[in-house]
Ligand binder design. Structure first.
Ligand SMILES: *[C@@H]1O[C@H](CO)[C@@H](O)[C@H](O)[C@H]1NC(C)=O
Length: 246
């Protein structure tokens, strides 16, 4: 009502403006009283609490999912059921290799010195030291050819191009990984912001994080570091690209 009467008074001739301005000022002064009232304080507290719950619930859900998955992977040796046909690493999987989540060791294991030797400095920082590349620096942001993204650490296939989408974040984003390709682990490295880390299942290299704000059909956003992956265009597309270049 204050606003309304203020608006009406502004329709008066110019010399009337001063009165209207003074009235608005006076009403602002008077309004400071209600903030002291217990009812207002109770409402404010309740609103803040509700907001906190709304923010915390989805995060907690993902965190719980991550904890469950991590616990399973730590305690249960991978049986022959997870063997992948012609994959040579499946030999070690069937012999009962347990993923060591804490030390970031999977079926494919190297010493730190060996990892440093095998990877470029940037790949090493991301895959083995959990660094995050600067946004919009990966050429994979613009990759659109059909094909598969592989782990830069061990070559394991991770994502099909068909699940890639433009998230606008500056990191290559996917709505789902290939079956059995990644391990998801709770990550508390940022205080008050629990996240779910995504790793290559085979070598436990750090790939990125997964969030709840992705597109259908999964509603998930796998936010990946391009530096942690290599891209293999599918045969036909690669041949076509070669022809176009020639
Ligand atoms: C990737 O997706 C395409 C299109 O759905 C499919 O033809 C291809 O077989 C998939 N590749 C892999 C490795 O899953």
């Amino acid at each position: 009502m204050q606003q309304l009467s203020g608006a009406r008074s502004s329709m008066r001739p110019l010399f009337g403006q001063r009165g209207a301005a003074r009235a608005v000022h006076a009403s602002a002064g008077a309004s400071s009283d209600y903030r002291q009232s217990p009812l207002f304080r109770a409402c404010a507290t309740l609103t803040a609490f509700a907001l906190l719950i709304m923010l915390a619930l989805p995060l907690a859900r993902r965190t719980l999912l991550g904890v469950g998955l991590a616990t399973t992977l730590v305690s249960v040796p991978m049986g022959p059921a997870s063997a992948e046909g012609s994959n040579p690493a499946s030999a070690s999987a069937s012999s009962g290799v347990v993923i060591d989540v804490e030390h970031r060791r999977g079926e494919v294991r190297y010493s730190e010195a060996e990892w440093r030797q095998r990877l470029t400095p940037e790949q090493y920082q991301v895959l083995r030291r959990e660094a995050t590349e600067r946004r919009w620096t990966s050429p994979f942001n613009y990759e659109k050819r059909p094909g598969v993204f592989n782990c830069a650490g061990c070559g394991a296939p991770l994502f099909n191009m068909s699940s890639k989408y433009e998230s606008g974040t500056g990191w290559p984003s996917f709505f789902q990984p290939l079956p059995d390709a990644v391990t998801e682990v709770p990550d508390y490295s940022i205080v008050f912001m629990p996240r779910t880390e995504v790793r290559c299942r085979r070598c436990q290299g750090h790939l990125g994080h997964v969030f709840d704000d992705g597109p259908q059909p999964t509603g998930l956003r796998y936010c990946m570091n391009g530096a942690a992956m290599t891209f293999e265009a599918s045969g036909e597309a690669a041949a076509a690209a070669e022809q176009a270049a020639a």
